[in-house]
Design a protein around this ligand. Structure first.
Ligand code: HMG
Ligand code: MG
Length: 311
């Protein structure tokens, strides 16, 4: 990899997206009280940023239909930023009423994915986000923007770094403060990841660029390391590796928070997260969903405790 100008960051901020990206993709309805308990356990584990839910159309994503209730029932911890996804002003009104700390508008670097996910093209999506960003800033909320399909699209294939840079500029120009570069279908590899991140870094400062990696092809940890080499210090991760997008078929979960915490601990990078309590939160939700955790670290540590391996 060519770009190794920075030493690795000493601290990393993890944005836990399991309750949103993770649960939005579940077929069976997850009860609101399970979502709430999951979020509260994540906050207790030391996560300081949690994407709690989405104010989207319940016809499009039925699993997020209880967004207002989830926000009303969680125990808000001081110092934790609770963010929510909003695609338009209707979603923003929900976020405002729910007193979300931060809203996330979600665009794409691919026209085809934008159409499938939010039913409009890239230019039209920016026009829908414009009043959202203005209203959020006026209300004292932070505004993040996600760029889906930054490393490849399930409908249109190749996506260039230039396309990522273009959407990053459009988002910046409407007042979005932070941009998340997302590998929605997990196809990226480290050198390509660095090119996409550099396109975003040409528009946003280092602190305001994050990586969001689905682990479909097993590349997410390598891609995170490639981002660390660029000095990027914010990543979206998902406890127990939950996740996927209903409009990106075949895409598996986000990189597991447990696996990223383990990686960062090994590098001496502080996250403020207690791995044992995080594992307990991941186990709680995995049990509720009736399947094993997708986190390699959670599974390895559980196996060690029950004496099956590693002793
Ligand atoms: P549309 O059908 O074009 O919307 O959908 P519309 O404005 O024509 O409204 C149609 C109906 O939806 C109306 O209801 C509206 O009131 C309602 P009706 O009159 O028919 O009863 N509606 C809403 N209801 C609740 N909340 C709202 C809302 N907006 C309209 N905010 C829309 C356009 C954007 C709404 C729809 O396509 C949608 O909700 N899409 C969401 C898709 C989604 O949530 N995808 C997953 C999240 S993105 C992701 O996972 C990627 C990410 O993780 C990064 C990565 O990995 O790439 C972030
Ligand atoms: Mg995602």
């Amino acid at each position: 990899m060519a770009s190794q100008h920075h030493s690795l960051p000493r601290q990393v901020r993890l944005v836990e997206v399991g309750p949103r990206d993770g649960l939005q993709n579940e077929k069976a309805t997850v009860p609101t009280d399970v979502k709430v308990a999951f979020i509260d356990r994540l906050a207790a584990a030391g996560l300081r940023a949690i994407e709690a839910t989405s104010f989207v159309s319940p016809k499009w994503v039925p699993q997020m239909a209880d967004a207002a209730n989830v926000m009303a029932c969680i125990a808000r911890r001081p110092g934790v930023v609770y963010s929510v996804l909003v695609p338009n002003m209707k979603g923003f009104e929900g976020a405002l009423a729910a007193k979300a700390d931060e809203v996330v508008v979600f665009g794409a670097a691919s026209e085809a994915f934008s159409q499938r996910n939010i039913n409009c093209g890239i230019a039209e999506s920016i026009e829908r986000f414009r009043p959202v960003a203005a209203a959020a800033l006026a209300a004292g909320m932070r505004v993040r923007g996600a760029i889906s399909c930054a490393l490849g699209c399930p409908y249109q294939g190749e996506v260039t770094p230039e396309a990522v840079g273009r959407v990053a500029r459009l988002l910046r120009d409407i007042g979005v403060q932070h941009v998340g570069v997302a590998d929605t279908i997990g196809v990226g590899t480290p050198a390509k990841t660095q090119r996409a991140m550099e396109a975003a870094l040409a528009v946003f400062p280092l602190d305001e660029v994050s990586g969001h990696f689905h682990d479909t092809y097993g590349q997410a940890l390598a891609n995170i390391y490639a981002c660390l080499e660029l000095g990027i210090a914010t990543f979206d991760t998902s406890a127990a590796g939950l996740g996927g997008c209903p409009y990106a078929k075949g895409a598996t979960g986000n990189v597991a928070t447990e696996d990223v915490v383990y990686l960062l601990q090994g590098l001496g990078i502080d996250t403020g997260v207690d791995l044992d309590r995080l594992r307990a939160a991941g186990e709680f939700v995995s049990t509720a969903l009736g399947r094993p955790s997708a986190s390699r670290v959670a599974r390895a540590l559980a196996a060690r405790e029950t004496g099956t391996v590693g002793k």
